[in-house]
Design a protein around this ligand. Structure first.
Ligand SMILES: Cc1cc2nc3c(=O)[nH]c(=O)nc-3n(C[C@H](O)[C@H](O)[C@H](O)COP(=O)(O)OP(=O)(O)OC[C@H]3O[C@@H](n4cnc5c(N)ncnc54)[C@H](O)[C@@H]3O)c2cc1C
Length: 288
């Protein structure tokens, strides 16, 4: 590993100033479970690593009646340690409990997972189905981007020079909302998804589907918001026929590659199976 400076700013302004000054030669460090491995592997040639864990806004975790605010440096374990978050954001908990191991979950979080922007990231599809928004700060101000628009390619995203992710916010959709996330891996744990699906359902007062979201991982160059499959469920009874149709549409919305972990056909098949399964699980979590 080549030498680099370490800075640990305590304000957002200071962090953005350092990031802006060094451009490509500086990177934020949250849990470091991706970044340190990547620096060791020679992926980045850095002058400075900016530890963001001392900045209050990045450690915020506030679960109000209307929304959850998740600071970009909050580690996974803080989510599943809080029963009120588990109740309202079940898709997030599915991901938080399967990312790496307990050791990894005690360091790493959804902010780092999102900014690392891999197609197989386990945190991004659950964020999409929870309608999450990424809040970004740069030198010239702040902006917000829906998570489904955040990643632009494998390992790349909308963050510009000097910009950093501050927090992720998600609306609390109430008691008639359920969500779930599951991945297929050949081992029991500590593996990269061959394919993965997140889903959410919100029911109206007549028990019909008011809103549904389906998001896919590891089956395209970025995590995919399967908009056609999601829309197909709107206004329907939440039953087997509707779920099967949505699963079949989701299969057509992915574009997987073929590699040592799986063929494109196997991945498409997995998307169909997992989509139906996650829709059923989301409904069960509402109590349907
Ligand atoms: C043993 C092991 C097992 C793993 N298993 C899984 C797994 O099952 N599923 C999975 O999805 N991932 C897995 N990972 C990858 C990694 O743990 C996750 O992606 C994790 O969520 C990254 O979070 P972090 O806080 O450690 O990010 P970091 O490593 O700190 O950062 C990741 C990237 O995002 C950038 N970044 C971080 N924070 C910000 C910010 N606020 N603004 C802008 N850029 C930022 C960093 O510069 C870096 O490029 C594993 C890693 C290891 C080492």
């Amino acid at each position: 590993m080549q030498p680099f400076a370490y800075s640990a700013p305590t304000t957002l302004e200071e962090a953005v100033e350092i990031l802006d000054k060094h451009g490509e030669k500086a990177r934020p460090l949250a849990g470091g479970t991706d970044l340190l491995v990547q620096i060791r592997g020679g992926r980045f040639d850095l002058d400075t690593v900016v530890d963001i864990k001392k900045i209050p806004e990045l450690n915020e975790i506030s679960n109000g009646n209307d929304e959850l605010v998740l600071g970009a440096a909050v580690p996974c374990h803080k989510l599943y340690d809080d029963p009120s978050i588990s109740k309202s954001y079940p898709g997030l908990i599915d991901a938080a409990t399967l990312i790496g191991s307990i050791q990894i979950q005690s360091r790493s979080g959804f902010g780092g997972n999102l900014c690392n922007s891999t197609p197989s990231a386990d945190g991004i599809a659950p964020l999409i189905v929870h309608s999450a928004v990424a809040n970004i700060q740069g030198k010239s101000g702040s902006r917000s981007v829906p998570v489904e628009d955040f990643c632009t390619g494998p390992g790349s995203n909308v963050l510009g020079k000097g910009e950093m992710l501050v927090s992720i916010t998600m609306p609390n959709k109430g008691d008639k909302f359920g969500a779930a996330y599951e991945r297929f891996i050949p081992r029991n744990e500590m593996d990269i998804a061959v394919a993965a699906v997140g889903a959410s359902i919100m029911l109206d007062s007549n028990g019909k589907i008011a809103e549904a979201k389906i998001a896919l991982a590891s089956v395209g160059p970025t995590p995919i918001f399967a908009t056609k499959a999601s829309e197909s469920l709107k206004g329907k009874e939440p039953n087997e026929a509707a779920f099967k149709e949505a699963a079949s549409i989701a299969k057509s919305e992915c574009s997987p590659i073929e590699d040592m972990r799986g063929t494109a056909d196997q991945r498409k098949h997995l998307v169909e199976v997992l989509t139906e399964r996650m829709l059923i699980k989301s409904l069960e979590r509402i109590g349907g």
